[in-house]
Design a protein around this ligand. Structure first.
Ligand SMILES: [Zn+2]
Ligand SMILES: [Zn+2]
Length: 417
């Protein structure tokens, strides 16, 4: 067919969906164990929600948003991430009034209109959590430990937690002045992109992959030295709690996260298998976002994990290993049309009793049906021919040891259980 999936989007076929269900299932169980509850927000939002939260000057808002005018000329967009949507929903439904602390988790697709490349899709998927309403450093440690637990439970090995604090807005203003001063005479050493970052989104220069830029940024002063006593104390406490939980982390003073709403603790989960796009997830505090979006002062912290990245990072071969582990308990093979009618009725009643069973939909020969049952790895085959039809029985064949016996049709469920 000439119509194909849009570039940068991907079909997840049944043979690959098992690992998705596995990862989401583990994450769901753990999030709920930690007291987080599921939220589902629309994929479509007003574009200004993200301009106001992520920041006008960020790459996401400037170049990567899937935004468009709808028929009523409203500027809408497909969400590039979920944090701002969750905060919008939190405020819209007055959850800031009813709950002291609100803890959410979500799964779902996010969209960025960037050039598709290895490890980057236009529609990609996140698992994330948001805890809104507390400044407690225990909450920072909780979300980090929850993410680590998810990564461990899905079998990811060799990842590391990169940790930093970027302080409050005042600290960042102070740090930006120091950075500008330090960079003033080195501008000619930086790439084009970094030149524009220098003007509009200074902290983003630390994310530049350019070797020459890295050489310069490596020697720049660290933001940690610009933290006020309160932010410094908060960061100290977060590290102390993580130590007490034996969660290891690497301090990365140049981890700054490019989004405007981050404050204090920020972190990334990196994995060596992934090359340049080596983060499987990231997160941090965003103490000002709720008030920036018109709500009260509600400090918050969260993270998001990229499901495609997780799958790529889990040792190769796991995808196939996870695939297709569900096999039918029974395959009903028939001879003749009357038998087919009864077989389908039997299938219907067995399914109502929770038994996974299959039959042929192609008028195959008995031999063909047996081959199909083998291919589906059915545990038993029930053969229903003219003779059996008269006696209201089937010949039930154990596909493993090849033994068979006659079983009354109405006793089939019992026999299989
Ligand atoms: Zn501060
Ligand atoms: Zn650069």
């Amino acid at each position: 067919m000439e119509i194909k999936a849009i570039r940068g989007t991907k079909d997840i076929l049944p043979k690959n969906s098992q690992i998705w269900c596995f990862i989401e299932g583990k994450a769901k169980g753990l999030c709920e164990l930690y007291g987080y509850r599921q939220i589902r927000t629309p994929l479509l939002e007003e574009a200004r929600l993200f301009a106001r939260s992520i920041g006008e000057a960020t790459d996401i808002v400037q170049k990567e948003m899937y935004s468009f005018l709808d028929r009523k000329k409203r500027l809408l967009c497909l969400r590039p991430e979920a944090t701002a949507s969750v905060v919008r929903a939190y405020l819209e439904h007055g959850l800031d009034k009813s709950a002291h602390l609100a803890k959410f988790y979500y799964f779902g697709p996010m969209f960025r209109a960037e050039r598709p490349q290895a490890g980057r899709l236009r529609q990609f998927h996140h698992i994330g959590v948001e805890a809104i309403g507390s400044l407690s450093p225990y909450l920072d440690a909780e979300v980090i430990s929850l993410a680590v637990k998810i990564l461990q439970e899905i079998g990811l090995e060799g990842f590391s937690v990169q940790l930093n604090s970027i302080g409050c807005r005042k600290d960042r203003q102070k740090y930006k002045l120091i950075l500008r001063k330090a960079l003033k005479n080195k501008l000619k050493l930086l790439c084009c992109d970094c030149h524009s970052r220098y003007k509009v989104n200074l902290l983003r220069i630390f994310d530049c992959k350019n070797v020459a830029c890295k050489k310069v940024t490596r020697r720049l002063p660290s933001i940690v030295d610009s933290l006020c006593p309160q932010c410094r104390g908060h960061f100290f406490k977060v590290k102390q709690i993580l130590n007490s939980l034996n969660i290891s982390y690497t301090l990365n003073p140049h981890l700054v996260r490019g989004l405007d709403y981050y404050t204090k603790t920020c972190f990334e989960f990196v994995h060596p298998h992934l090359g340049a796009q080596n983060a499987v997830g990231a997160g941090g505090r965003y103490d000002d976002l709720v008030s920036d979006l018109g709500g009260p002062e509600k400090p918050a912290v969260g993270f998001a994990l990229g499901i495609e990245r997780l799958i790529a990072a889990i040792a190769p071969g796991k995808e196939a290993e996870q695939a297709n582990k569900i096999f039918p308990s029974l395959y009903v093979a028939v001879i003749g049309d009357e038998a087919r009618q009864l077989a389908f009725k039997t299938l219907h009643s067995l399914r109502e009793q929770g038994i996974f069973c299959e039959m042929d939909y192609h008028d195959k020969s008995l031999k063909g049906q047996m081959r199909q049952a083998d291919k589906l790895r059915a545990k038993y085959v029930a053969i229903l021919g003219e003779t059996e039809l008269k006696k209201e029985v089937v010949i039930l064949r154990d596909m493993q040891n090849k033994s068979q016996k006659e079983v009354k049709i109405d006793k089939l469920a019992e026999e299989l259980k």
